[in-house]
Design a protein around this ligand. Sequence first.
Ligand code: NDP
Length: 310
Amino acid sequence: MSVTVLFDAPRANWTAFERPLRDALNEAGIEAQLNTKAEPDTVDYVVYAPGGGITDFAPYTNTRAVLSLWAGVEKIVINPTLTQPLARMVDPGMTEGMTEWVVGHAMRHHLGMDAHLTAKAGSWNQTAPPLARHRRVGVLGLGALGSAAAQALAALKFDVSGWSRRPKKINAITCYSGDDGLREVIASSDILVLLLPLTTATENLLNADSLALMPKKASILNPGRGQLIDDDALLAALDTGQIGSATLDVFRVEPLPAEHPFWAHPRVTVTPHIASETRAETAATVIAENIRRGEAGEPFLHLVDRNAGY
Ligand code: NDP
């Protein structure tokens, strides 16, 4: 029995994913018609990213699941025609990449590398950085990406706390949830990492009030979503010295317009939404596994909770 898998995403993604997906489906023992075009009512699974062709999922009457290529699904969950089960992407390759970005930028701020990169000839300040065990790092969002980054930081002996919607227990991380928990993490983070999804509950989470709670001169790393931060409040907090620095990978408008004040700000580092990405080789295996599960009548992995929005 063969399944029809429709790949609906921008063309460049097909180029990257076609071979790994065919290989992964073969390896999973799934006979599949994998294509970028198919009659909607013949499609069993849609591998999907916005910007392909589908805007209306209603004609996909026999589709068992829509499998997102991306981890962030805020642009997908708002489509009222998508009533089929929706799985987001949890890809070991993407997790590895995100952990590397977070650890790298956390280390930069922890070690004060910028001062040495820009040091004038003859400046000889022998103040050694503190040990990681004396640096408090908070991670907002303890999902696939946040928990991996938090654990990598804890393995380096940082004093790590984290915050999630539901209470969690993670080895070596002090875990919080709820509004009080959020205040606790924010108020005790020398470095704060945002790895939350964008939902109505997380938008503008970092605003003038929450920024004011942070330890003076704290650093912010945002590889989550631009809308998690109130841009004007962050710029104001940087200008008063309340916030020491921000490394931002994601923005309300992408590409970040050249005239946006983040570009010119001396204590803001802009990285162009490259903190991580879905890696075709590892992600193809995850997609094939979900199709195998669908065919075996097993529950899908990584289903999006439509009420929570992620
Ligand atoms: P997950 O869904 O696995 O984790 C999300 C985490 O956020 C969970 O711990 C969840 O809590 C928590 N959370 C969600 N809503 C709330 C809330 N209202 N209050 C408190 N905690 C909340 O997502 P991922 O870790 O896979 O990805 C996180 C985000 O990273 C993505 O949504 C995307 O925006 C971004 N991303 C950015 C990339 C980049 O290159 N810059 C690449 C990939 C992703 P709970 O555990 O209770 O569910």
